[in-house]
Write a protein of this length. Structure first.
Length: 404
């Protein structure tokens, strides 16, 4: 006991037993819930710009096809060119996050890529898509890694739900605003065409600048918390190696398979969904539903059960659209709920099966496999639609979901 008194005498009387400064306001105290909520706000806005701009082609489908003289197959190549670089670079981005840059610098670098990719010349669309895509996917890896670092063991599914909600707000705002922006610019210039499209996309890039600012603030708060909480002392010191991928557990590979087989029936569907005139109902429902469903998963656990329920419900939604004449609102609302449930329950599961020092690489690899599926399916979906029509396309999506 004497030793303890002596030790306490050495403590800065302004610090508590854990070495945390005593007189921090709750909002400035990294151990306080209020501070973690502040960090969560910036975490949620981190992906806003990337998600907002990711859906530019879907929101401007008619304008893009007209201004760039595309058919559906070549239109869908815009999504394919978003996904192809990420088949490799997303995994590399996650590895660089774990091994080289660290979460703070990596997030800032990837946010910068998203901004530069979005403001690039629209005529170099393939190059721009590649730059934007490397940033967009790796930024999502960084966002997921931040979420686990700050909220694992607490409200992780709710946090993923809130992040997804903000992402869907970005997509929904895009789907409902960017077409109006295009119209105003067309009225100002007196014509449609590349210039009108390019200015519209430059305006959309302002959301990516906002996300870059959030990345900078988040980096400051994370560094500050690390110093106050002496987090570097708690690190295991283990570092990821590329060869660690071969030692990923079977459970993680199953998560990867579920992810790719599910998302190939979601993103290409929404990308082509303008014909359903209500394609963005999936995002409109997902925005409020994701946090609520994330909270429910947090309280009940059983992530695998919720993932299975989400897949079955999504399968039923696509079957309703393909084989019934029921009001499409029913299927689209079900799809919005099931997609939200899947995203809240599946992505946090990665943190349950891999150690902290492998998180970025695991999420990067998961999104690389997802993007391989999306690249192939986006091109296939575009061609199927051109050649066979919507019924065959729905059967195609149903077949993908049956692989789960
Ligand atoms: C959460 C999930 N994320 C993804 O699918 C990632 N590929 C990130 C997409 C980033 C778009 N710019 C989702 O969006 O459901």
């Amino acid at each position: 006991m004497a030793e303890r008194r002596e030790y306490e005498g050495l403590l800065d009387e302004d610090e508590d037993d854990d070495g945390v400064p005593r007189h921090l306001f709750p909002l400035c105290d990294p151990t306080h819930l209020l501070h973690r909520i502040l960090v969560l706000v910036f975490m949620c806005f981190l992906g806003f710009g990337s998600y907002f701009c990711y859906d530019n082609p879907a929101a401007l489908q008619t304008q893009v096809i007209q201004d760039m003289s595309l058919n559906t197959a070549s239109f869908m190549q815009l999504y394919a060119w978003y996904s192809w670089p990420n088949v490799v670079l997303c995994f590399l981005g996650g590895f660089l996050l774990d091994r080289v840059f660290g979460i703070r610098l990596g997030t800032i670098i990837f946010s910068l890529f998203v901004l530069l990719g979005q403001v690039g010349e629209y005529t170099a669309v393939i190059v721009v898509c590649g730059l934007f895509s490397i940033g967009g996917e790796s930024l999502a890896v960084a966002q997921n890694t931040y979420a686990v670092n700050w909220f694992k063991g607490k409200e992780l599914n709710l946090v993923f739900g809130l992040q997804l909600s903000m992402a869907r707000v970005g997509s929904t705002v895009n789907m409902n605003v960017i077409g109006w922006v295009y119209g105003r610019i067309e009225a100002m210039l007196g014509s449609t065409g590349h210039t009108t499209l390019g200015i519209t996309l430059m305006i959309a890039a302002s959301t990516c600048l906002f996300s870059l600012i959030c990345a900078l603030i988040l980096g400051f708060l994370d560094r500050r918390a690390e110093k106050i909480l002496h987090k570097e002392q708690g690190r295991t010191g283990e570092v990821i190696k590329l060869t660690d991928v071969k030692d990923f557990p079977v459970s993680l590979w199953l998560i990867f398979i579920i992810c790719v087989a599910y998302y190939v029936a979601i993103f290409p569907f929404i990308g082509l969904g303008q014909v359903f005139f209500i394609e963005n109902i999936v995002y409109i429902i997902s925005a409020p539903a994701s946090p609520l469903l994330g909270f429910m998963v947090d309280r009940t656990g059983r992530n695998i059960l919720w993932v299975m329920l989400a897949v079955i419900t999504t399968l039923l939604s696509h079957m309703m659209l393909a084989f019934t004449f029921w009001n499409p609102w029913i299927a689209m609302c079900l799809l919005g709920l099931s997609y939200s449930l899947l995203a809240c329950a599946l992505w946090p599961m990665v943190a349950f099966v891999v150690p902290e020092h492998q998180l970025g690489t695991a999420y990067g690899f998961m999104q690389s496999i997802q993007n391989l599926g999306l690249a192939l399916m986006s091109m296939a979906a575009g061609s199927i639609l051109d050649l066979k029509g919507y019924l065959f396309l729905e059967v195609f999506f149903i077949a993908c979901l049956c692989c789960e």
